[in-house]
Write a protein that binds this ligand. Structure first.
Ligand code: TMP
Length: 257
């Protein structure tokens, strides 16, 4: 890592550095894994590289179907150059199959196919534990305008339709996922673009045949085999050659509160 770079922000799984030109940012994908608002932590060697490569692939494919994103290009296995955006403080979750917090909240069996895809919003605030919020909250508190909300929902549905098909083609069910959006300022114009990442850290991915989990639930639920599962996702997407080995496989527990 180049220590002369100016660090802008360090999050739970990524570090942001100033980019080479104004209006650009370098995103560094760490090997750190957290869950339950960082109550559970570990370093899982190889995770950052796999997430960077999977996210690069998905953002590139989404760009090709006309979804605007912050992604410019990958710089190396762990880092990408992106456009600087003003992150909208919302986590937009799209669900196709009941799992995780929805299954728990409504007493649904995990795996129950939802009558239609559901969009949920969570306010990004660690101190409050990212509470679920409604469209009314979002527009009343000014986190996004009604038009921005509309843009985000339309994009979320297109992203869901595209990714559902993409993953189904490689034997994976897209159960749910979380995305984030940012405001991109260009001259006098502002538009909403897809930002952050899309990776097995932010999706639930189940093998179509075996229903094996190929996502961060392997860490949340202490199942092990996370790097192997992310590697298999990357292999099926055609990002990684069949003989390429995961960097390291053993999760190293750093701290569990
Ligand atoms: P949930 O069932 O825990 O609400 O998670 C829904 C989806 O959002 C799941 O694919 C995991 C993802 N997610 C994140 O990316 N970050 C988070 O902080 C949380 C809680 C969920």
């Amino acid at each position: 890592m180049n220590s002369r770079r100016t660090r802008i922000y360090e999050g739970k799984a990524k570090i942001l550095y100033e980019g080479p030109e104004p209006g650009t940012v370098i995103v560094h994908f760490k090997d750190d894994a957290t869950a339950f608002n960082a109550e559970k932590k570990a370093v899982i060697e190889g995770k950052g590289v796999l997430n960077q490569r999977i996210s690069e692939y998905l953002f590139s494919r989404l760009n090709e179907i006309g979804i605007p994103t912050h992604f410019i290009r990958s710089l190396n296995m762990r880092e990408q150059l992106v456009r600087e955006v003003e992150i909208i403080p919302l986590e937009v979750v799209v669900r196709n199959i009941a799992a995780g917090s929805l299954a728990k909240k409504l007493g649904l069996e995990e795996g129950h196919v939802l009558p239609r895809s559901i969009i949920e919003f969570y306010y990004k605030n660690d101190a409050l534990g990212d509470p679920m919020v409604s469209e009314e909250h979002i527009t009343s508190f000014g986190w996004a305008t009604p038009m921005e909300l509309d843009d985000m929902m339309h994009m979320a549905i297109r992203i869901n339709d595209f990714m559902t098909g993409l993953f189904l083609g490689i034997g994976i069910k897209l159960v749910d996922f979380k995305i984030e959006f940012g405001r991109l300022f260009e001259n006098d114009m502002m538009r909403i673009v897809l930002a952050d990442e899309i990776s097995p850290d932010s999706c639930r991915l189940w093998d179509t045949k075996t229903l094996d989990k190929m996502d961060k639930d392997r860490f949340r639920r202490d199942m092990g085999g996370l790097v192997e599962a992310y590697h298999e996702v990357a292999r099926r997407l055609g990002i990684i050659q069949p003989n390429e080995q995961p960097e390291r496989s053993k999760p190293k527990l750093v701290k569990t509160d």
